[in-house]
Design a protein around this ligand. Structure first.
Ligand code: ADP
Ligand code: MG
Length: 502
């Protein structure tokens, strides 16, 4: 760890801070120093201790060990009131504003309260609110109710309010999450203006590009320990990701990718379904797991439905194992060798009061019946028990209703049903939505196993960590189009999430 040594007394200094929650050490021997007016970014994965650190600095939590110094003054028991008095202001994600009060009233609310609300000289307070806004070069209608303003304006109000309380360090927890690119620009201008006035900013962010742009210092925290504390310009995206995750993502064990010469099982060319998605081209090889992700409304769900004949496309071409597949209805998709596991297993997938066995073979009953002239109960029972075994569906009997199963096992029944149709390509839409962590891991194992046996798998999901764990390649969809392709080893969760939004 390298630690900058500021020449002057740092404005804020933490030395050997430890914070435990029961048996969990949320912060372990954390030391850092912030100079006056410095812009520092605190980065770390979920649960790494960022919020806990902010609460220690703002006096909301008392550390189990360590010392906090502000302006050279040592505190072993910093109280929230002391922290505020020393000029530390935290802007929480809800901005703690009163939506029905005006901009001016919100900015000056603390002054108004301490003076006694009804004794306040409102003309003077309005002037002070206007001044605070002017200090950050912001103009807002002082009389507008705060609740009617866009997020970025409410954030600026919160900053102006902090300035009126003599802020010297403003702490913001993920300030840019809800902002547009243009709003982020204006927030950054404000941060630079504050810096010029000697007021520092400590902010939490996941957006690596922003950090590189605005921060003087980058502080990376992992498992409650500071692993990097360096001038921001010395860090690349890759170095930040490695420090945050503690591993070289290139080294992460993924399922072995299929060889490049493996046959293309599913080929999609220029597929369009107006109002849903446009000009989608992709391919999945036998044995490959392809992920498709995007936000709600990106077109990912429409694409899944189209590939399974539930939303017939307007134009484009789809082939399975080189043969053209018509996708006019579910039956034709099935005949082409495409299986589909729906997202909402309860709503779309299962006949709950029916026996597990029936649910597994519902798609092949026709086939079994046609082959034998009548429904061959023996063959049906064999098909059922084969898949109940292979997918380790935990049930004493396939004759029990699906409602008797846990969520993860219900999901497996849906899988088993489509596997019984022996598809060449399997479309999985949110395969683990609503299942517990243990079942999730098992379903991942099953997916890897199916791919290893040569099935082509296409997973449509907004569960980014999941996609990074099981896919060989990932496509990102935005506004109905595929905009990029990634290999999981080369992109982090943080980056991929950012990619969906930007
Ligand atoms: P971050 O903000 O980086 O996501 P947090 O500081 O919220 O992380 O949490 C760090 C760790 O401390 C996590 O493991 C979290 O579960 C735990 N933790 C945080 N606050 C509490 C609390 N009040 N009680 C118990 N555990 C907590
Ligand atoms: Mg947090």
């Amino acid at each position: 760890m390298t630690m900058a040594t500021p020449l002057a007394t740092p404005f804020l200094q933490l030395e050997h801070i430890v914070k435990r929650f029961g048996g969990l050490t949320a912060l372990n021997d954390v030391s850092l120093a912030l100079a006056q007016g410095e812009v520092a970014c605190l980065v770390g994965e979920n649960g790494s201790g960022k919020s806990t650190l902010i609460k220690i600095i703002s006096g909301m939590y008392t550390p189990d060990a360590g010392v906090i110094s502000i302006d050279g003054q040592r505190h072993t028991h910093l109280r929230a009131i002391d922290s505020i008095r020393e000029g530390i202001q935290v802007i929480y994600q809800d901005f703690s504003l009163f939506p029905n009060l005006s901009v001016a009233e919100n900015i000056a609310v603390n002054e108004a309260v301490s003076a006694g609300w009804f004794l306040v000289n409102w003309t003077e307070l309005r002037a002070r609110a206007a001044q605070a806004l002017a200090r950050i070069n912001v103009q807002l209608d002082l009389d507008a109710p705060a609740g009617t303003l866009p997020v970025v304006d409410r954030q600026l109000i919160a900053i102006a309010k902090a300035l009126l309380q003599n802020a010297r360090l403003i702490i913001m927890d993920e300030p840019t999450t809800a902002l547009s690119q243009r709003e982020i620009r204006s927030l950054f201008d404000v941060i630079r203006t504050l810096k010029a006035a000697g007021i520092g900013t400590l902010f939490v962010s996941h957006k690596l590009d922003e950090i590189i742009e605005i921060a003087d210092r980058t502080i990376i925290i992992r498992n409650g320990e500071i692993v990097v504390d360096r001038p921001a310009r010395e860090l690349t995206r890759g170095a930040m990701i490695r420090a945050m995750t503690g591993r070289d993502l290139e080294d992460e064990a993924l399922a072995a990718a299929p060889p490049a010469h493996a046959a293309v099982a599913l080929q999609v060319e220029g597929l369009t379904c107006r109002g849903h998605f446009y000009d989608v081209s992709l391919h999945v090889r036998a044995g490959e797991v392809l992920g498709i992700t995007g936000l709600l409304g990106s077109g990912r769900t429409g694409l899944a439905l189209s590939l399974f004949g539930m939303l017939p496309p307007d134009s484009g071409r789809v082939t399975v194992d080189g043969r053209p597949a018509s996708l006019h209805n579910v039956q034709s998709a099935l005949e082409a060798g495409i299986g589909y596991v729906p997202e909402d297993r309860i709503k779309e997938g299962l006949f709950l009061p029916q026996p597990i066995g029936h649910n597994v073979v519902v798609r092949v009953i026709d086939e079994l019946a046609a082959a034998a002239g009548v429904l061959d109960r023996g063959r049906m029972a064999a098909a059922v028990s084969q898949w109940v075994d292979r997918l380790r569906i935990k049930t004493p009997s396939a004759a029990l209703p699906v409602t008797s199963l846990s969520g993860g096992n219900q999901q497996r029944v849906v899988l088993a049903r489509w596997l019984a149709t022996t598809p060449k390509v399997m479309i999985l839409n949110g395969p683990t939505v609503g299942v517990d962590v243990g079942s999730k891991q098992e379903i991942h194992e099953i997916i890897r196993g199916l791919a290893a046996q040569g099935m082509a798998i296409c997973i449509i999901s907004d569960d980014v960590p999941e996609l990074l764990q099981i896919c060989h390649r990932i496509h990102v969809m935005k506004r109905g189009r595929i905009v990029s392709e990634f290999t999981p080893g080369r992109i982090s969760e943080v980056e991929l999430n950012a990619m969906l939004i930007e």
